[in-house]
Design a protein around this ligand. Structure first.
Ligand code: PLP
Length: 435
């Protein structure tokens, strides 16, 4: 063991000898396509490698860092909480009550809240609650929607073109029985949902990302989410909105408030804690009460670290700032300017492509035009050109995922200087790519 940080390359080489793929997830390992980078610092909008090279961060750890890295009020709240005690676990705490009250105040669908530590846990709990409530097994989800890595939902997320419409498991080792109970439907197709609810009388839940950001940005067509609400209510099926990305990033009251559609259950994570591990499942009292200690149906929601003070202290401050300050308005307005700026550059340099996004999220996509409405509209994009764009932007100090299907994010720390830097770099890169 050495306490020297070494070079990025040496860290990555060591990682490859002890960590499968040399990173904690496949998507993180993909960042090595940009060069063998290891990070050791993050402040505001800046990511720093072990060598001290800096980048403006648009990855933002897949989105949680909504206020900017190391926001002082959030970090101070965490430090003060740790000073009082790290983990109690034996009973409730005033902190968890306060954060639950805030979530209930903010989200239209939240009457009761349970905390956990990841979006995957939250969607697992939501599905278990819905299955217990209905006594049914089948879950309906949509192509291009990611709800975490557990077996019930890691199906039909990114199917290859020839497997669209199938129940395509995303991982080896998944239980075929779990996949069997999951139906995968096209997003933005209300008729397909109605037909499925008619065909199957054992549906436990419909789960969707209200904006499927897991494939960049598929916006719901006018009336689609409302049609889901209506069809599920008519059939007595709980509707779950997975707001792990949209919740608190696009509105302090959830995208459900923005779109005027209230689901039965909502899952939250990412922007809720500005980078600290905290997540939640919340929803109607009747459904959530199944997890209460005095219940008879006995839905188990458990976890040694659920309601961990570190995540909750971060959530308390993050949600307070999102509620009291104009964070969402500011980052969304800035997002609009990134999209407009990139669209202008695409036009100026004669690039075939489009810039999709919503609020503080944006994604330049090459080789495709028009608004994407279905998962297959995303699949046709030009991967190689995006990868080249990401690589050259990185050489100019702009860091985002090299995955062409993902998205870039803004935080409250981003402003004029970052916008100017990004667009100047994009101007050079797009100009040279056309040259
Ligand atoms: N749901 C959505 C919409 C997500 O984007 C993600 C993660 O990216 C998850 C669930 C899973 O969250 P986690 O990675 O915290 O388990």
């Amino acid at each position: 063991m050495s306490d020297e940080r070494g070079s990025s390359r040496s860290v990555v080489e060591r990682a490859r000898t002890v960590i499968p793929g040399g990173a904690q997830t496949g998507l993180r390992a993909q960042a090595y396509d940009l060069g063998e980078i290891a990070f050791s610092g993050a402040t505001g909008t800046t990511l720093e490698t072990v060598e001290g090279e800096t980048f403006t961060d648009y990855h933002l750890a897949f989105g949680p860092v909504v206020l900017g890295h190391g926001h002082p009020e959030v970090d101070d709240a965490v430090t003060e909480t740790i000073d009082e005690g790290v983990l109690y676990g034996a009973a409730t705490t005033p902190l968890e009550v306060e954060v639950a009250e805030r979530v209930v105040d903010l989200l239209p669908s939240a009457e009761r809240v349970n905390f956990c530590n990841s979006g995957t846990e939250a969607t697992y709990h939501a599905i278990r609650l819905a299955r217990a409530y209905t006594g049914n097994d089948r879950v309906i989800k949509f192509e291009g929607c990611y709800h975490g890595w557990h077996d019930y939902v890691d199906v039909g997320v990114y199917p290859p073109k020839e497997r669209i419409g199938e129940k395509h498991p995303e991982s080896a080792g998944m239980l075929p029985e779990a996949v069997e109970h999951t139906e995968v439907l096209p997003f933005n197709d209300p008729d397909a949902v109605e037909a499925a609810l008619e065909e199957f009388d054992d549906v436990a839940a419909v789960i969707c990302e209200p904006i499927p950001h897991s494939v960049g940005c598929l916006l719901p067509e006018e009336g689609f989410l409302a049609s889901l609400r209506e069809a599920t209510a008519e059939n007595g099926v709980p509707l779950i909105f997975d707001e792990v990305i949209t919740g608190f990033r696009h509105s302090a009251h959830g995208i459900q408030d923005e779109f005027g559609v209230t689901p039965d259950l909502t899952t939250l994570a990412k922007a809720m804690g500005n980078g600290y591990p905290v997540a939640a499942v919340c929803g109607r009292e009747e459904l959530m009460a199944q997890a209460g200690g005095d219940n008879t149906s006995g839905v188990v929601i458990s976890g040694t670290y659920s309601g961990h003070p570190v995540g909750l202290a971060a959530a308390r401050e993050t949600l307070r700032l999102l509620d009291e300050e104009s964070v969402v308005e500011e980052i969304s307005a800035l997002g609009e300017r990134y999209r407009e700026g990139l669209e202008g550059l695409f036009a100026e340099h004669g690039i075939e492509g489009r810039v999709v996004g919503y609020g503080s999220v944006f994604a330049p996509q090459f080789g495709v035009t028009g608004e994407p409405r279905r998962y297959e509209d995303v699949l046709r994009l030009d991967e190689a050109t995006f990868e080249e764009f990401a690589r050259r932007m990185r050489e100019r100090g702009q860091f985002f995922t090299p995955n062409p299907y993902k998205r870039q994010h803004l935080s409250w720390a981003h402003g004029e200087a970052e916008l100017e830097g990004y667009l100047a770099a994009a101007d050079e890169v797009l100009g040279s790519m056309m040259g």
